[in-house]
Design a protein around this ligand. Sequence first.
Ligand SMILES: NC(=O)c1ccc[n+]([C@@H]2O[C@H](COP(=O)([O-])OP(=O)(O)OC[C@H]3O[C@@H](n4cnc5c(N)ncnc54)[C@H](OP(=O)(O)O)[C@@H]3O)[C@@H](O)[C@H]2O)c1
Length: 211
Amino acid sequence: MKVGIIGSGDVGKKLGDGFVALGHSVKIGTRDVNKLAEWASKHGTHASAGSFADAARFGDIIVIATSWAGTTSALEMADPQNMAGKVVIDVTNPLDFSTMPPTLAIGRTDSAGETVQRLLPAARVVKAFNIVGNPHMYKPSFSEGRPTMFICGNDDSAKKMVTDILTAFGWESVDIGGIEGSRLLEPLAMLWITYYFRTNTGNHAFKLLRK
Ligand SMILES: NC(=O)c1ccc[n+]([C@@H]2O[C@H](COP(=O)([O-])OP(=O)(O)OC[C@H]3O[C@@H](n4cnc5c(N)ncnc54)[C@H](OP(=O)(O)O)[C@@H]3O)[C@@H](O)[C@H]2O)c1
């Protein structure tokens, strides 16, 4: 499978590492390909860098991993037409860094997931991977077992594909419904972030317990 990743930060690179490790080909999009030279060279022919539009054209499946402040601009540069009909995994959290710890810039009546779906009306957007720090996105290892990744989106076949990806990445998935579920998953990321700032550790993840 060819994976196009819009976003060159820690998330884009970490998820890129995971997809390459699973045998996929990855192109990360950025405004400055020089910053990805080391990342691309470590993966040889399975990884490359290009513009946001190059990555959007390349991928059979797309990952959005941009800062909230840059997301609209990055998706415009990527060109929504290049993602029409494709499964798009939205990892963004709508964080406002004007105070620290950051807060949610939007919520309750809207979300980043819904914003991304509006910006990419012909794409099949699935919210995933947003509720954990990037070091644990691929093959999370916790003594209490596999953590839970909650996902949401409007297209069942897209969620099935993302569930299969999450399983390969080492996660249990729980589907919470349509893309408006992002109004719950983005505050859940804030809970992860709050615990991070209170404990100064990033070694935590959520698990849904049932009986
Ligand atoms: N860090 C984590 O562990 C973590 C975990 C869960 C979710 N998230 C969410 O995942 C997303 C990515 O996080 P990150 O820490 O990897 O990276 P980030 O620093 O939040 O974002 C980096 C990306 O945003 C792009 N960008 C920034 N301003 C832009 C602008 N004005 N126009 C176009 N593009 C712009 C950058 O473009 P260039 O490549 O051109 O510089 C880069 O590709 C965020 O929404 C974050 O909240 C992060």
